[in-house]
Design a binder for this molecule. Structure first.
Ligand SMILES: Nc1ncnc2c1ncn2[C@@H]1O[C@H](COP(=O)(O)OP(=O)(O)OP(=O)(O)O)[C@@H](O)[C@H]1O
Length: 286
């Protein structure tokens, strides 16, 4: 039996259309001939090894890469033709933590994009930022320096920054890396809630069992799109071998695929990362 896709009623014109895209940076072509559509209401996970172009694909939607062939349309327009409402949460490791800003200031930066010519904030904007921080449980940290926060709290601050512009598309680069299991689940619940409210979301992740299998749609990348579909379609030994160049046995538990790496694969002390051997953990919101 076919299950209806999430937000079937919202589906229509694609929110993002990537057509024959080859792109990269000045000296390096990273993605080749990528065709991908992201529909309104989608929640897409990008999988692929380090350097496979996941961040580059997110950045192509922001118009922040060199395009050699093809094009990217967001809401029917090229990113250079005007900035669509996109919230972007970068990988925390890429952020320069030396700039002296408080959590509130980081969140308010999300409004600067809107008020480019009027770089001061209205009272309502400050209230909106406070509401967002409250919802994300970081309002009590508003006056603290962003550098003094834990990884999970920083992730929330940047998520709040992305959300204050009421984006129709939210792009998050590894939103669960470097946080504990509880925070990871909280962040994922929050993203699922936002998605249910109609926000289209694209994330990158390395966590197959804990994150990817709970998403409605996955795209495997390695310089090009190798596979896309539901976790059931994509999390297979064959697709993972093509994507990561490694043998990763897949088992099924309660109808869900799980990557079951041998704990002995990297020696006597367990797997390469906790996710791959953590076969018992599951979310409830898939
Ligand atoms: N600003 C940049 N200038 C030049 N090359 C870059 C830049 N950013 C990334 N690259 C190169 O592009 C390639 C793809 O990088 P990208 O960050 O898209 O990979 P990724 O799949 O997101 O990796 P990871 O999982 O490690 O975050 C890499 O070889 C990287 O060195």
């Amino acid at each position: 039996m076919l299950h209806p896709l999430p937000h079937e009623h919202l589906r229509g014109a694609p929110l993002v259309e990537i057509i024959g895209l080859s792109c990269g940076y000045e000296k390096q072509r990273v993605l080749n001939r990528v065709d991908l559509q992201i529909m309104k209401g989608d929640f897409v996970g990008l999988l692929g090894p380090s350097g496979s172009g996941k961040t580059t694909l997110l950045r192509s939607m922001l118009g922040a890469v060199s395009v050699y062939e093809g094009e990217v349309l967001v809401e029917g327009r090229r990113p250079s033709e005007g900035r669509p409402r996109i919230g972007y949460v970068p990988q925390l490791e890429t952020i320069d933590w030396n700039f002296p800003v408080t959590v509130r200031e980081v969140v308010m930066m999300g409004r600067t994009m809107e008020n480019r010519f009027f770089p001061w904030f209205r009272k309502e904007e400050k209230e909106l930022a406070d509401r967002m921080m409250e919802q994300l449980g970081i309002l009590h940290l508003a006056g603290r320096h962003i550098r003094e926060l834990s990884g999970g709290q920083q992730q929330r601050a940047f998520l709040a920054r992305a959300l204050v512009s009421s984006p129709s598309l939210l792009l998050l680069d590894e939103p669960t890396s470097g946080v504990d299991v509880k925070t990871r689940d909280d962040v994922m619940h929050l993203l699922h809630d936002l998605n249910h409210e109609g926000v289209t979301i694209v994330i990158t992740t390395h966590e197959i069992n804990a994150v990817a299998v709970h998403l409605p749609r996955l795209v495997c990348l390695a310089g090009r799109v190798l596979a896309e579909g539901t976790p059931y379609d994509v999390i297979t030994t064959e697709v993972l071998r093509q994507t990561y160049g490694a043998d990763m046995p897949v088992i099924h538990y309660e109808g869900m695929p799980i990557v079951a790496e041998s704990p002995h694969r990297y020696g006597r002390n367990g797997g390469a990362n906790g996710d791959e051997v953590n076969v018992g953990h599951s979310h409830s919101h898939a």
